[in-house]
Design a binder for this molecule. Structure first.
Ligand SMILES: C[S@@+](CC[C@H](N)C(=O)[O-])C[C@H]1O[C@@H](n2cnc3c(N)ncnc32)[C@H](O)[C@@H]1O
Length: 336
């Protein structure tokens, strides 16, 4: 793995700039793309299959760069094709854990840990630069960087979060639901409740347990209301699992290890904070039409011919899933 920028990335991580993604990818299962109904929509995979089928036959061995790769969703589309001798893949992500997980699953892929605004690779190194719901997190400068890395005649293919859009709606709901769960102090109150409960089980006075139960009740009502309003599966089931586990432990408290329960609840506090941060970063990254126009203009100014700038809509229509952006760097050799 290219470690040129690890120090820089470490600094960003310390200042919170990976916005919860690095911790997320550290905890994610190897095969687990970040959970979201919209993102795993079959129309997304179908889009890549079609785009790759059109582009790859132009090359004997296409040099491909996937930006903000995460757990490697685009690389997965490439690997499904079964013609992996016909391309070489490099991936970039600001999260070292993400790059590590891709390298574990696809050892033949070159991994680079870097901010998409400053990728330590030579200009014109790639025939195809891709990104799925990633480059937009890094801001406009990352589009310049993607253009710099594209060789003459090379193609940029991007799926970018759109607002309004179905993934945007899903992330907004998840963000609000988690924010409300945190604001009603469900987890801190549950911690106090179980601390008093475990003490009572070991023979201490029961009154503090009862008082902590009374204090927790409004938060239980609020979380119940959140689940009723947004649906049980909101925020990738995180809230429903927390809510039911707290109730299950309460019903059989004498069978649980206090240390395990309290450690789990403390980790849930961090998990909820990071979940909210990740959802906020997704909502902020999404492009409306004005943003899309700005990026198209920028790509044209940097010499790219814009092929597609349109919404990806699943067959059942409804809100769009993403913006499709496809552009080609005009071959200077052809122009001469
Ligand atoms: C929503 S995930 C998408 C991951 C993957 N492309 C997919 O579709 O499953 C966004 C990814 O962007 C990465 N990311 C965020 N900001 C970045 C930046 N400034 N430079 C590079 N990667 C970044 C995160 O670490 C995360 O892996």
């Amino acid at each position: 793995m290219n470690r040129h920028t690890v120090d820089q990335v470490q600094e960003k991580r310390n200042s919170g700039d990976t916005r919860g993604w690095d911790t997320y990818w550290q905890g994610a299962r190897d095969s687990d793309a970040y959970a979201s109904g919209g993102v795993s929509h079959p129309a997304v995979a179908a889009f890549w299959d079609e785009a790759l089928t059109a582009i790859l036959p132009r090359y004997t061995r296409a040099r491909i760069l996937d930006i903000a790769t995460g757990s490697g969703a685009v690389i997965e589309s490439l690997s499904r094709r079964g013609d992996d001798h016909s391309f070489g893949v490099t991936c970039v992500d600001i999260s070292e854990a993400a790059v590590d997980s891709v390298r574990k699953r696809f050892p033949e892929v070159t991994g680079v840990v870097a901010d998409a605004n400053e990728i330590p690779l030579d200009p014109g190194s790639f025939d195809l630069v891709t990104s799925q719901f990633g480059i937009e997190y890094a801001g406009l400068g990352a589009f310049d960087e993607a253009t710099r890395l594209l060789d003459d005649g090379g193609t940029l293919v991007l799926l970018v979060h759109t607002r309004p859009g179905s993934i945007y709606e899903e992330c907004t709901a998840a963000r609000t639901a988690v924010e409300r769960t945190r604001r009603c102090d469900f987890v801190p109150l549950a911690i106090r409740f179980f601390e008093a409960g475990f003490a009572a089980v070991s023979g201490a006075d029961r009154a503090p347990y009862d008082r902590a139960g009374t204090a927790l009740n409004p938060a239980i009502q609020e979380v119940g209301a959140i689940l009723a309003e947004y649906g049980e599966h909101v925020a990738g089931d995180t809230i429903i699992r927390l809510y039911s586990d707290v109730q299950r432990i309460h019903n059989r408290i004498q069978h649980y290890d206090p240390n395990e329960v309290l450690t789990w609840l403390r980790s849930m506090q961090t998990e909820l904070a990071q979940y909210e941060e990740r959802m906020a970063s997704m909502c902020e990254a999404a492009f409306d039409e004005k943003h899309l126009d700005e990026v198209c203009q920028r790509l044209r100014e940097r010499g790219l011919d814009l092929g597609r700038a349109e919404a990806l809509r699943p067959n059942d229509s409804g809100l769009p899933l993403a913006w499709i952006l496809q552009a080609t760097r005009g071959s200077q050799k052809e122009a001469e």
